[in-house]
Design a protein around this ligand. Sequence first.
Ligand SMILES: [Fe+2]
Length: 236
Amino acid sequence: MFRTALVTSAALMLALPVAVAQDDFAAATAPFTLPDLPYAANALEPVIDAQTMELHHGRHHQSYVDKLNEAVEANDALANMSLEDIVASAGSLSTEIRNNAGGHWNHSFFWRLMAPEGERGEPSEAFGAAIDAVYGSMEDFKTAFEEAGAGQFGSGWVWLVVDTNGQLAVTTTPDQDNPLMDVAETRGTPILGNDVWEHAYYLTYNNRRPEYLSTWWDVVDWGQVSQNYKAALADQ
Ligand SMILES: [Fe+2]
């Protein structure tokens, strides 16, 4: 999907330099930078409060970027590797690089899965049909995703991926791992993911992770998810 995004971005470079910078996070090399939020910090209220967004993006994500840059600076072998390549070889890298490269990739991906009211797209016909074929209905898919997220012990992420057979699958990863990593139990290309670290929801939902997971659907941009699905299939 990111190779496709890169080609598209290159074609748009003259017209849309700002968009290009944000689309290229996976292909970028060090020094890595924090992408701007694609909307105001309060744009997802009341589902995600502004303070959570400000801390999550400005403190937590910034910290992953800063620590990744420090680690890469101390390791010449990583200097010319893209974020996507670092993530893919996480199993042979230090825990510090694995955690911070994963944190940067995961959050860069996450912000763009959500959109303010009026800017959220609908599921494409192809994506909707794939969901129905695997899960029976969108509602049943959501239930499976919520249960997986609620069942992830401790901090981590819940994902919908296109797996190595081209099939949709729900999976979870601990800490800042993701399904692109060589260490992931279920490998695949993420097309949707939710952050189940407490820093993502605690101010509004306290310890009620299931409530956060079921409310989160209200801000998901299914148009973006459908684009991710199409790109993931094209990369198979
Ligand atoms: Fe997070």
